[in-house]
Every structure is written in structure tokens, then in C-alpha cells.
Design a protein around this ligand. Structure first.
Ligand SMILES: Cc1cc2nc3c(=O)[nH]c(=O)nc-3n(C[C@H](O)[C@H](O)[C@H](O)COP(=O)(O)OP(=O)(O)OC[C@H]3O[C@@H](n4cnc5c(N)ncnc54)[C@H](O)[C@@H]3O)c2cc1C
Length: 470
């Protein structure tokens, strides 16, 4: 009997014969067995999460292994023993693929999906840990437009919002979890003129952002305390989505189109020969490819530096608190960007409110940072929220957590090909604003890679060379 295997994102599949499968049955937790028309076992699919699986329910003659309790590695080795092959070592495992995406956050998964949509055959995504284990898994998921008056980001957000609102239909599955809460931006008096200019430029791009009077703002957000001298910007189409869900949806759809997603596989090197990418290397495998897209979030500065590319990307701390609302005082509220008090907030689920800061403190190490917000941050965020929504003084602290932004000096992302290295692309530096750009970024990166330039939105202001220009 011949054994074939491949280790994929979330399962280890052992193909026991070349016979077709007619029936798939769950035979143990995390184990699905495939049987042919005569009821003979033809394959076993083991869930990645099931490190130990019990195969005792399978017929002895159908499964030619002695033990009934096996671990994933021992199955791997057993499969190789049956074929007489020596288990692969790091150096002899080579795969050839048309493109490799490095990093399984929002950007990497959206890029992978869009490359697959554009017809790239079997693109591979390599992720050092699990999908969403970087900034993505901590993201607040807010999608609002006013923060990005500059044309490219506003247009990328507009396009992304269109996709988020109809995600399953457009992407072909998955759920972006988009909730249209509307967003009220509260601008201090001394920034009123600038806010009005931004609103006009956004309206000229067809964005529904508009200035509202204090009375109108109060109707939209009855729980808010609004000052006489503030300016109010209302974004009716804004809301929030589910960042981890989006990353999962993109990777799942990409896999359905033939992409491979390989977890727990840190990339150690990108091989460059004669000024072009030839391979991407992990500890376990070498992927021969002409295209490598670096979407490594907060790890990008160090990763790119090893390739001789120096970019001013700083991992910075983002601290978030979640409060349970006193429902008799604040039953609901729209999203808010409170420029007077330096916070943003949005509802979460039925009775929670998530609060984050508009400012980013100093540089941190993305491999070693505090997972809990500092006491002074909790106090400051909460006090700022109370000033805006006095009812929240009676809220309960639900939880707090931290994450990492990848911050550039101008807070614009870096999306570009690398001069002098054909086939190498960089997509990083989203400075705390990547979720709202994700669907459109995948599209423009695929255009950059496959057509040589982005056409959906002109992203030339996001080029690497701008840091040399200043
Ligand atoms: C607390 C917080 C709140 C936020 N709120 C919002 C918001 O409300 N709205 C908004 O628009 N944006 C928000 N953001 C920003 C948004 O979440 C990020 O811009 C986005 O997640 C960045 O995605 P990414 O794919 O670039 O990075 P990441 O999600 O960090 O993904 C990079 C991936 O690369 C992997 N990796 C690194 N090195 C290697 C290697 N050598 N080999 C293989 N893999 C590697 C990492 O493990 C990681 O999974 C927030 C971010 C944080 C932290």
C-alpha cells in the first residue's frame, strides 16, 4: 500500500491509496476517515489542533498500524516508513510555487486571496505562528474614513468598506462581521477649519462624511456630552468588523482556490540571486519562487533589515480597555473618535464598549511586551470616556489588552516593490489603521505584483523611496 502525505494549514492528511473516496466519516475527535465504495479506508485527515488522536475505532485490517494512540509526528514518520522513504530534513524539502506571501495577518491573507483570484497557481502563505497572531488578532476593527483625509487612504478605505458591507457575496464566503454603527468625530474648536477642509475633500471623493450641528449630533448620540465650541463630523456608513474573521475568511477562500497556508513556519531568509528573488526559506522547507511579498507587520523592520532593506518602521504599543456599560444609563451609542479627549471608542456586542487611545507611546519589542494595559492608561482612557459619556462612570471594567502597531513617520503604509530586487514586495507600516484598508490593499498589491502597478487606487505616495526623499 502506498502512502502520500501533505501537511496543510489545519490538518495532516494521509492518503492511503489512490482509490477515490466515496464516504467521509468522523471516527474520533479531530479525525475524519475516508472510505471507498467497498468501505475500505483510503485516507485519514487529522485536525491540526488534535495533537493526539485515538484511532481505535478504525478496523485493524484497514489501518495497517499497530498502535491506536498516535501523535501527529509519529503518523508522519510512519507514513514515511511505509513507503521506505527517509523522513525529509530541512535541506531536502523543496517546493516550487509562483508566489510566496510572508505573514498571516490581515494583509498577508488578503494578498494571498487576491493573488489566487487573479489566477496565480498555488500561492503559499508562510506564517511564523498562527493566523492573526500579530496585530490582527488585537485589532479593534474600526472602519471609519475621516481619519484619512489623504486621497489614497480615503479611496482604499472606501473600496474596503464596499467589500466589508457585502463580504460573503464579493469574496465568496466567510463573514467580516461588519456592524454599521455610524461614527461621530468630535473635533476641538481650534481644529474646526481643518476638519471642514477634510470633510469637503472627502465629499468630493463621494464619501458620505458630513459636518452636523451640535443638536443633530446630540440626536445621533444622546449619551454623549457635547461642548458648544466643538465641531462634529458624522460618518453614517462607518462601523466595525471582525479582523480575525476576515483573515480566516481570506485564507479559507484562498485555499479553496488552490493556495497553501503553512503555519508555525517562520521565514528565515529570502534568497536573492542576480538581483531577483529565487526562494523563500523556512527551517523546514525551501520554496523556490520568483515572487515574495513581505507582510510581516511589526516584525518587518528587523526582517527587512536582514535583507539589507532599512525602513523607519517602529513597533509601538496600543492599549485597549473594554467596559461593561450600565445599561440603564447608556443602553447604546455610535462609534466615536474623540479628538478633544484623545480616545476612540465603539460598542462591542450587546453591552460592552471598547476604548483605545489616539496617541501611540514609544517603541517596543513585538516579541516581548506587556499584554495588559498599564494602570495609568486604564485610568486615562476611562476618565476620558466619562468626560464624553458621563454615564460610563458607573461602568464595570471588563478586560484590557494590548497589541502592536507598525508605525511609520508619516503614518502612511509602505506598499511597494523593492528597487534592485526583482520579485520582492513590501506591504507593512499600517500605523494602527490596517483593518479598514485590508480588502483594497490585497487588490492593489496583486495589481502591483501581476501588472507592475496598482490601478484600483494610485498608491505611489506609499512607496519606499519617500523616506529617502525627506
Ligand atoms: C490594539 C489594536 C487596535 C487596532 N485597531 C484598528 C482599528 O480599529 N481599525 C483599523 O483599521 N486598524 C486597527 N489596527 C491596525 C490593524 O489591526 C493592523 O494594521 C493590521 O492588523 C496589520 O496587519 P498585518 O498583516 O500588516 O500585520 P500582522 O497582523 O501583525 O501580521 C503579520 C504576521 O506576520 C507574521 N510574521 C512575522 N515575521 C514572520 C516571519 N519571519 N515568517 C513568517 N511570518 C512572520 C506574524 O506572526 C504575523 O502573524 C489596530 C491594531 C491594534 C494592535
Amino acid at each position: 500500500m502506498k502512502f502520500h502525505y501533505y501537511a496543510d494549514t489545519d490538518s495532516l492528511y494521509i492518503d492511503l491509496s489512490k482509490r477515490a473516496s466515496n464516504d467521509s466519516r468522523k471516527v474520533a475527535p479531530g479525525v475524519v476517515a475516508d472510505f471507498d465504495a467497498e468501505g475500505r479506508l483510503v485516507g485519514i485527515d487529522i485536525d491540526h489542533a488534535s495533537k493526539i488522536v485515538d484511532l481505535s475505532s478504525l478496523e485493524a485490517e484497514a489501518l495497517p498500524v499497530a498502535s491506536v494512540s498516535v501523535t501527529k509526528p509519529s503518523l508522519y514518520h510512519r507514513a514515511n516508513r511505509q513507503t521506505g522513504r527517509v523522513p525529509h530534513t530541512a535541506s531536502d524539502m523543496t517546493t516550487t510555487t509562483d508566489a510566496v506571501v510572508i505573514g498571516g495577518g490581515l494583509m498577508g491573507t488578503s494578498i494571498l486571496y487576491n493573488l489566487a483570484v487573479r489566477g496565480v497557481k498555488g500561492p503559499v502563505l508562510l506564517e511564523r505562528e498562527t493566523l492573526g497572531s500579530g496585530s490582527t488578532g488585537r485589532s479593534s476593527g474600526v472602519v471609519h474614513l475621516f481619519t484619512d483625509p489623504e486621497e489614497p487612504r480615503a479611496r482604499l478605505t472606501l473600496e474596503s468598506l464596499r467589500i466589508y458591507r457585502d463580504f460573503a457575496e464579493i469574496v465568496g464566503g466567510g463573514d467580516a462581521g461588519f456592524v454599521n454603527t455610524g461614527f461621530l468625530v468630535m473635533v476641538p474648536g481650534d481644529s474646526a477649519e481643518e476638519a471642514k477642509r477634510h470633510v469637503s475633500s472627502q465629499q468630493a471623493m463621494g464619501i458620505s462624511t458630513g459636518i452636523v450641528s451640535r443638536e443633530e449630533a446630540q440626536e445621533l448620540a444622546p449619551a454623549f456630552d457635547l461642548a458648544e465650541d466643538e465641531t462634529f463630523v458624522w460618518e453614517p456608513d462607518a462601523g466595525y468588523g471582525d479582523p480575525s474573521g476576515v483573515a480566516l475568511a481570506y485564507s479559507t477562500r484562498a485555499r479553496e482556490m488552490g493556495a497553501r497556508v503553512v503555519l508555525e513556519s517562520p521565514v528565515t531568509d529570502v534568497e536573492i540571486q542576480g538581483g531577483r528573488v529565487v526562494a523563500v526559506v523556512t527551517a523546514g522547507e525551501r520554496y523556490e519562487t520568483p515572487i515574495a511579498v513581505v507582510a510581516t507587520g511589526p516584525w518587518s523592520a528587523v526582517f527587512l533589515s536582514k535583507l539589507g532593506i532599512e525602513l523607519p518602521l517602529k513597533p509601538t504599543l496600543a492599549e485597549v480597555i473594554v467596559l461593561r456599560r450600565p445599561m440603564d444609563r447608556v443602553s447604546s451609542h455610535p462609534g466615536g473618535s474623540d479628538r478633544s479627549n484623545g480616545i476612540y471608542f465603539r460598542p462591542e456586542g450587546a453591552d460592552l464598549t471598547l476604548v483605545g487611545g489616539n496617541e501611540t507611546p514609544g517603541e517596543i519589542d513585538p516579541n516581548a511586551y506587556t499584554q495588559h494595559p498599564r494602570d495609568e492608561t486604564v485610568a486615562r482612557h476611562w476618565a476620558a470616556l466619562n468626560m464624553r459619556m458621563p454615564g460610563m462612570a458607573d461602568a464595570e471594567f471588563f478586560k484590557g489588552y494590548t497589541g502592536v502597531y507598525t508605525t511609520t513617520p508619516d503614518r502612511q503604509p509602505v506598499i511597494d516593490s523593492v528597487d534592485g530586487i526583482e520579485g520582492l514586495y513590501v506591504c507593512t507600516g499600517f500605523s494602527g489603521r490596517g483593518f479598514k484598508l485590508t480588502p483594497a490593499v490585497g487588490i492593489v498589491v496583486a495589481e502591483l505584483v501581476l501588472d507592475g502597478a496598482a490601478t484600483t487606487v494610485d498608491i505611489s505616495s506609499m512607496r519606499i523611496g519617500r523616506f529617502r526623499d525627506v
